[in-house]
Structure formats: structure tokens, C-alpha cells
Write a protein that binds this ligand. Structure first.
Ligand code: UDP
Length: 238
């Protein structure tokens, strides 16, 4: 069965905002469950999956900084927010029967494992979903960059970015009906056109490591599985 798969190991980046559902803040467990079900289905296909989850549904360093906090301090809070999301995702996945481990870039020994690259690879080889929490562990970075970093470290075949729409568009398709979806783009296109899908540091890291980025709709049930089979609608950045 696994012979037919295009990807052996992938990293899925889910933004914190994607976990809010219709809420203005925090976590919507129904939305979390729907995403977790898609992850389970992909694991059941035989693909090794790791996750990076953002924290923007709880706290972003830039908003703390704009309210007068030191950016590095506020970013610390943002990184802690990603740990909360990771623990929530772990719980939902485990309830679906998926074996998981959370590894954090910031040591929190009683809640999760520290990030250890070789151990994370071993977990995935055993079919466990590894959820990377705490971003890169450094302020002034984003979880997009953490996703590109971990995907490169884990030797993933692709970095998947689950968004609110089914790919990268020339403009926001929810605001502009004439927006066109790109089927493929180059990393340089993304950087030059400043398409707000991933930040420049993440795109540069993916480019340096020849890591394809696949942008798809995280809220469409089954879309993650479809992408793994090369079906459905998505944008590939290479
Ligand atoms: N963050 C950080 N370093 C990292 C990753 C994240 O300081 O390596 C902080 C930063 O404050 C950021 C917050 O964590 O605003 C939440 O991450 P992000 O904004 O990337 O989440 P998303 O937009 O994906 O929900």
C-alpha cells in the first residue's frame, strides 16, 4: 500500500487561528477533532506525520509588543501558547487512537519531551505523530519558520501548510472574486510577490533545503489525504 504514496514523511503546519473555528479566540474542540481525523487518516495510509501548531489563537508576540511589552518577553508567551495548542491536539489525536508525542523547543519535562531530533525520527518510524511545540525556542521567529526548520531536520519530503483556502491565490479569494489560484509557484515567486502564506524566513529555509511547500485547505474534510495522493486542489511551491 505504501508503495503508491508520494510522500513517506511530511510535516503539517497548522496555524493557531485554524483551531478557533467560529470563535474569536482560543480553541474550538470540534475544529481540532476534524483536523485530527484527517491526520489519523493520513497516518493510516502509512505516511509518517509530524505537526507544528501555531499559537496565534491565544497570543502573538507582536501584539504584546505593540501594547508596550518587550518583544522577546511577549514572544516567550507566544511560544507557550503553542505548547497549549500542542497538548490539546495531542489529547484529541490520542482519543482517536493515534499514538503521539509532544516535543517542545522549551523544556517542560512534566508536560512533554524535549526536542531531540533523532528521537523524534524514531517516534515517526514507529508510526507516532510527533507534535513540535514551542516554535524554534527563540523569540523573533514564527511557527512557520519552526515548521520549515523541523521539516528540514526531520528530512521530510514536503512541508504542508494548512490554510483557510485551497492554495495560494493572486489576492484573498474571500475578498476578491477575481483572485486566481496558482497550481505551482517557485519560492522566488512567493518571496517576490510577498504572498502572505508563509513568512520569508520559512520560504528561504524551504528553498535552501529543496523542501516543497504544499498549501491546501485544512478545513476541507479529506483534503490532507487527497494531497498525499496527489488529488484535490492545492498549490505546490518548489
Ligand atoms: N514564537 C516565537 N518563536 C518561534 C515561534 C513562535 O517567539 O520560533 C511566538 C511569537 O510570539 C508568535 C507566537 O509564538 O507570535 C505564535 O506563533 P505564530 O504567530 O507563528 O502562530 P500562528 O500564526 O501560526 O498561529
Amino acid at each position: 500500500m505504501t508503495e503508491a504514496l508520494r510522500y513517506k514523511r511530511v510535516l503539517l503546519k497548522v496555524s493557531g487561528e485554524a483551531l478557533m473555528g467560529q470563535r474569536d479566540y482560543g480553541l474550538d474542540i470540534g475544529t481540532l477533532k476534524a483536523i485530527a481525523e484527517d491526520v489519523r487518516d493520513v497516518v493510516n495510509l502509512g505516511v509518517q506525520v509530524c505537526l507544528v501548531i501555531g499559537g496565534g489563537n491565544i497570543f502573538r508576540g507582536v501584539s504584546g509588543a505593540s501594547a508596550g511589552m518587550d518583544r522577546a518577553q511577549a514572544d516567550g508567551m507566544g511560544m507557550l501558547a503553542t505548547v497549549m495548542n500542542a497538548l490539546a491536539m495531542q489529547n484529541v489525536l490520542e482519543k482517536l487512537g493515534v499514538h503521539t508525542r509532544v516535543q517542545s523547543a522549551i523544556n517542560m519535562a512534566s508536560l512533554c519531551e524535549p526536542f531531540i531530533r533523532r528521537r523524534a525520527i524514531r517516534h515517526m518510524e514507529k508510526g507516532r505523530v510527533v507534535i513540535f511545540a514551542g516554535g524554534t525556542g527563540n523569540p523573533f521567529f514564527t511557527t512557520d519558520t519552526a515548521a520549515a526548520l523541523r521539516a528540514a531536520e526531520m528530512d521530510c519530503d514536503a512541508l504542508l501548510k494548512g490554510t483557510q483556502v485551497d492554495g495560494v491565490y493572486s489576492a484573498d479569494p474571500r475578498k476578491n472574486p477575481k483572485a486566481e489560484r496558482y497550481v505551482t509557484l517557485t519560492y522566488l515567486d512567493m518571496l517576490a510577490r510577498d504572498l502572505a502564506v508563509m513568512d520569508a524566513a520559512a520560504i528561504s529555509l524551504a528553498r535552501e533545503n529543496k523542501l516543497p511547500i504544499i498549501v491546501f485547505n485544512i478545513h476541507e474534510p479529506g483534503a490532507f489525504t487527497a494531497v498525499m495522493k496527489g488529488e484535490g486542489r492545492f498549490t505546490t511551491v518548489v
